[in-house]
Design a protein around this ligand. Structure first.
Ligand code: SF4
Length: 183
């Protein structure tokens, strides 16, 4: 179905999830990793996750593109939705922002596809991510790999691989609002 010469830009939010998905997608695509997560707070947590992404890019011999860390702008985007529960409005805005930047970057570098690791988490709204991804694909005229990565034991496999590789696995989604019982 897929042609190994096609290029795919994979948005990664953390390598605990990204390593397994990148390894699987490498079988069918020429994968580039894209770390764009202005939602992550505090900055030392951002740097920790970015450090793991660099490690995996090196280990898997994949190119890694690093987006801008503009947390204050992200806070403006989600303003008014700080108290929303996970999978609520704040998360929809957050998914959209990260996927939009991925679609734009994918287009810019001549990628055939873009996608995200976000659907691997049972705490994410995979249906909303699919709708956002497909909408952006139409808008930017680029293909979205619409996949719920948690299917076929994806979440279990990702946990196993990250344990095997000794990767850091955080205990909250990323923003300050997901740190205090709002997960
Ligand atoms: S909980 Fe996660 S997905 Fe939702 S807004 Fe915070 S960082 Fe983004």
């Amino acid at each position: 179905m897929f042609n190994k010469t096609e290029k795919l830009l994979l948005h990664i939010c953390c390598m605990g999830c990204g390593a397994h998905i990148a390894g699987e997608l490498k079988k069918n695509f020429r994968v580039t990793l894209f770390f764009y997560n202005p939602n992550i707070f505090p900055e030392n947590e951002y740097n920790k996750r970015l450090g793991e992404a660099k490690k995996i890019a090196k280990k898997f011999n994949l190119k890694l593109i690093i987006g801008k860390y503009k947390h204050n702008e992200w806070l403006e985007l989600i303003k008014g939705n700080e108290r929303e529960p996970e999978k609520g409005k704040r998360c929809i805005i957050c998914y959209h922002e990260r996927l939009k930047e991925t679609a734009v970057k994918a287009k810019e570098i001549g990628s055939d596809y873009f996608t995200t690791t976000l659907t691997i988490s049972p705490r994410k709204d995979a249906r909303a991510i699919s709708e956002i991804g497909n909408g952006l694909a139409d808008k930017y005229d680029i293909k979205f790999l619409d996949k719920d990565f948690k299917k076929q034991d994806g979440f279990k496999k990702t946990c196993e691989l990250s344990r095997e590789l000794g990767l850091y696995r955080q205990n909250y989604c990323g923003c300050e609002f997901s740190r205090s019982g709002n997960k």
